[in-house]
Design a protein around this ligand. Structure first.
Ligand code: NAP
Length: 299
């Protein structure tokens, strides 16, 4: 039996694994896809204290190696449910069952879709949720980015380096992301801001060949002749499988106290999947440490 099973190998989960191992407890980290979580696709991280610049891949790989070197174990399996047997919790995955003494839910969040007709069908045919993964396919072409947070700003800056034109479509005229990044984009000749507007239609048969945007106030419609649309409108959690043991807020995030403890003894949560106001690498790492130390302290 493991002391702690950590669900999710993003920044929060990997930080929890490091602190668990440094506390002398055993842990298994379950991850449905690849280690690193959302940050693995960030081209450049500039706001993690003590590190001036690092790619998301290098950051995540460093965390993964640090956890592995300390003896954290990993299984790339999707956690489907948790059974609460009192002192023992049992985590069921798609292929195994893991009894443990405590669980840390660090499930992160997944990309929010625009919810437009044919959005799913056109993924990989013009629609993408990851500029760093797919941006190179649009070299020399016109693309649009939808969103106004740090991800959208970073995506637009990244794409502007090799796309002929980048439209940044945002539903307000104020950006949620950092002003410093907005200023950089304003200085780029091939970036056009399309503000107070929403993407309302995806155009093209086999592949995307344009998007319709609609002005929020005038209702005026305009077609942007783009071959790619990068959707960067935030994330949404995926905590429903664990709702029997934890309380979710209206947005589906897990409620927890200052020690990252949920309403169920022995079940903790850390990182972006948790109810909080600031979702940053720093807060994910901090949550991981807090949850792991609280869980270890209880064992
Ligand atoms: P975010 O900060 O939640 O921003 C989402 C953006 O999408 C907002 O501008 C929002 O508009 C817009 N939006 C949401 N739903 C929409 C919809 N249905 N239609 C159109 N627009 C919609 O998400 P994010 O940019 O992915 O960032 C997530 C977190 O990661 C943030 O805390 C961010 O600071 C952090 N992050 C940090 C870095 C970094 O530090 N290097 C890089 C990337 C992300 P409104 O503004 O009108 O709500």
């Amino acid at each position: 039996m493991y002391d702690i099973v950590i669900i999710g190998a993003g920044t929060a989960g990997l930080s929890a694994a490091i602190y668990t191992r440094r506390s002398g407890k055993s842990c298994l980290v379950l991850e449905a896809s690849a280690y690193g979580g959302q940050i693995i696709n960030a081209p450049d991280i500039e706001n993690y204290p003590g590190i001036k610049h690092i790619s998301g891949f290098d950051f995540a790989t460093g965390l993964f190696e640090q956890a592995t070197d300390l003896g954290a174990e990993f299984a790339f399996e999707k956690a489907l449910s948790i059974e609460d047997q009192g002192e023992t919790k049992v985590v069921h995955t798609d292929s195994n069952t893991y009894p443990c003494k405590a669980v840390i839910l660090a499930t992160g969040a997944k990309n929010r879709p625009l919810g437009l007709d044919r959005e799913q069908e056109l993924i990989g045919k013009g629609i993408s949720y990851c500029a760093t993964c797919d941006g190179m396919f649009y070299r020399g072409k016109a693309v649009a980015v939808s969103g106004g947070g740090n991800t959208a700003l970073e995506d637009a800056a990244f794409l502007s380096n090799y796309c002929s034109k980048v439209y940044l479509v945002h539903r307000r005229d104020q950006f949620r992301g950092d002003e410093k990044d907005v200023a950089v984009l304003r200085g780029k000749e091939n970036v056009e801001f399309v503000l107070n507007a929403n993407v309302t239609k995806l155009l093209g048969e086999e592949r995307l060949n344009g998007v319709e945007v609609t002005d929020k106030f005038s209702g005026e419609k305009r077609v942007l002749p783009v071959e790619g649309l990068f959707v960067a409108i935030g994330q949404m959690p995926d905590n429903a499988p664990f709702a029997n043991l934890v309380t979710l807020d209206n947005g589906g995030y897990i409620k927890a106290d200052e020690s990252c403890l949920t309403g169920t003894p022995g079940i903790y949560t850390a990182g972006d999947c948790r109810t909080k106001t600031v979702r940053q690498l720093t807060t994910a790492a901090a949550d991981g440490a807090i949850a792991a130390l609280a869980a270890c302290g209880r064992l």
